[in-house]
Design a protein around this ligand. Structure first.
Ligand SMILES: [Zn+2]
Ligand SMILES: [Zn+2]
Length: 421
């Protein structure tokens, strides 16, 4: 029987890992500039974390979650996103009594049972961040500016930021009634999914991709037009704070985001690049989430982006990061006498931060040379009797074929200086 990776999962091979490292490193560096510290949370949680956090009525919880009973009979779910687990951790670890704001960032795998399509997997990778403890719009703008700086570092300068406010529970209650009234008159025109959504979560109907629903809701009342005073002020404050930071944005009153915990600010970064059009990052405020978990009134805001989607975007723009510039050296030994010396030299080089390899498979000298040429090493060194007698070795660049002599006695020190001095 041939074993294959489960549908919706994939291997990330050594040949492509460089891109991943590049993106992850840029992300963590930018987060750290903004005072966000990394948090690592479990891959699975009690199912309740997501049913309460993400929302029982959402597609994510109802249809897409990997849920199972463990051997102790507990209902467990693989995390479909990061925020609910982090909120759980925030409370469990007493972060509510630490000085605010608490700024956290993460790099996780997440799992959703979805239709597999280009750039969309059942196991996928997310980078994201959360800021707890500030209700003011300036923290929203700061988080958004962090994402924008991250994109710039990757070479993406033209993504469009769209913002909206979906209000607080107060304004939403009022709005839901008027939206329901509007939809009820047009109920027959809605898709089946939206007919089910209509009662519990009418806001999601505005987000439906079905053409029928798009037509029906074209004239629907919008939440951002009926915000309470506080929410309206907050939204204006966000726009001012973004302008202060010279961040361009558009207001898109139809953004609602898919998850129940959002309040007030919601935003998306959109790529207008041909071929990969669409959302590359989304987030929003969730002022009620910690309270919903029993952790008291702690406001929060966060975002997440799919790494697979982001890499597709970079690929399509030709932004694949440059060749790994790291020096890596291959030592080929001639004859058995120098095998041990070559191996010890490798260890010395590695101890000094220089990647080095020598043969471990019993290749002949000739085969070893061939291997070194193919395997992507930057430099080749040959050690045989001549070299040990004279105490001088040649280092050959495999990029431009230039050669240089070194004394064996201070080889490591000199290479270290030349490569990394
Ligand atoms: Zn409100
Ligand atoms: Zn629909």
């Amino acid at each position: 029987m041939k074993l294959t990776a489960p549908k919706g999962t994939r291997d990330i091979l050594p040949s492509e890992i460089g891109k991943w490292h590049f993106v992850e490193k840029q992300f963590m560096e930018v987060c750290s500039l903004f005072g966000y510290d990394e948090i690592r949370i479990p891959t699975f949680e009690s199912t309740e974390v997501f049913s309460r956090g993400v929302g029982d009525d959402t597609d994510v919880v109802q249809k897409e979650m990997y849920t199972f009973d463990d051997k102790g009979g507990r209902s467990i779910s693989l995390r479909p996103e990061g925020t609910a687990g982090i909120a759980r951790s925030f409370i469990e670890n007493g972060m509510g009594s630490m000085p605010f704001p608490i700024k956290l960032c993460y790099n996780i795998t997440a799992f959703r049972y979805e239709n597999v399509q280009k750039g969309r997997y059942r196991e996928f990778h997310q980078l994201g961040a959360e800021a707890f403890g500030s209700a003011g719009p300036r923290v929203d703008a700061e988080l958004i500016s962090m994402i924008s700086l991250f994109f710039r570092r990757l070479g993406i300068y033209d993504s469009m930021l769209r913002i909206n406010s979906i209000g607080c529970p107060e304004c939403r209650k009022k709005y839901n009634d008027s939206l329901k009234g509007f939809l009820l008159e047009r109920y027959e025109g809605l898709c089946k999914v939206c007919r089910d959504r209509y009662e519990a979560n009418p806001l999601r109907v505005l987000d439906c991709k079905d053409e029928r629903c798009k037509t029906v809701t074209a004239e629907a009342p919008l939440l951002s037009d009926s915000l309470c005073n506080d929410c309206a002020d907050h939204f204006v404050g966000l726009q001012e704070a973004l302008s202060d930071l010279d961040i361009d944005y558009e207001i898109d009153k139809r953004i609602v985001r898919g998850l129940d915990y959002y309040t007030r600010t919601v935003f998306e970064f959109i790529s207008e690049n041909v071929g990969t059009q669409g959302t590359i990052c989304g987030g929003g405020r969730y002022d009620g989430l910690i309270d919903q978990f029993g952790g008291g009134c702690v406001p929060g805001i966060g975002f997440a982006l799919g790494v697979e989607r982001l890499l597709m975007e970079m690929d399509s723009r030709g932004l694949v990061p440059g060749e790994n510039e790291k020096v890596s050296l291959y030592i080929a030994s001639i004859g058995d006498e120098t095998v041990a010396l070559a191996h010890r030299l490798c260890f010395d080089l590695r101890k000094n931060g220089i990647a080095a390899e020598t043969d471990l498979t019993g290749r002949s000298f000739r085969a070893a040379l061939k291997y070194a040429g193919k395997a992507g090493f930057t430099h080749l060194m040959i050690i045989g009797k001549d070299e040990t007698d004279s105490g001088v070795v040649k280092l050959k660049s495999l990029k431009d074929a230039s050669e240089k002599d070194y004394d064996l006695t201070d080889l490591v020190e000199r290479l270290k200086e030349e490569f990394y001095g």
